[in-house]
Design a protein around this ligand. Sequence first.
Ligand code: MG
Length: 263
Amino acid sequence: MVFRYLLSTVLVVQLPALTFSAEYLNGIKWEKPAIVDPGKSDAAPPADATVLFDGTSLDNWKNGENWSIEDGAMIAGKGVVTSKAEFGDCQIHIEWSAPLPVKGSGQGRGNSGIFMMGTYEMQVLDSYDNETYFDGQAAAIYKQTPPMVNAMRKPGEWNSYDIIWTAPRFNDDGSLKSPAYITALHNGVLVLNHFELKGDTPFHRPPQYNKHAATGPITLQDHGNPVRFRNIWVRPFATVQGEQVRPPYILDGDKETPVVVGD
Ligand code: MG
């Protein structure tokens, strides 16, 4: 503690001239992070993304033949569409627009939904000047939590969701090993922060986890409203790996001093 006190005093008084001779080294050999070309804007798919819809074709979707494309947007039609590609932990970008003219109210206005792993719904709804139960409004995890704020744009304008999805894990006996988590931005505004899902998101019963595969599709809901979608891409991600090749230590010149755990 005395050392820390002295160090902080020195930092405040002499930072510009200060040089450290001792360095902390964590002893972990990290893998080199992959290089990813991020694209021309934050909405453009990075080089390692799987593009599910680029405005031209519904070939990447099961039941795509029952939805339509107009002006580069896919329009909700008859039945859900489900991506042919499957994902576990992933980053999702999707843009959507509530229908014009405005029709209906509450859950009946611009309703659709984005189902991670075909199972866990983040609500799509025209929540601009359209109140409904809060855990059913746009950007809610349906029947589990409202978004922290309502960042809706007007009907006809484009909304974006940027979603960080951590898939649930299951034990061999079917029990839950670790829950799903979601972090999400709606039009760049944080609406869900590492929210722990309680299970799936049905209308008629409490959420529950049922063991499923490690990967699953993205499903877009047909709720009878012509919601439009565009620019949909997904990036699987994995935690960077490192191997603890030696215990942490302080290196001061040639002198190596082990870092005592709990110090
Ligand atoms: Mg919905």
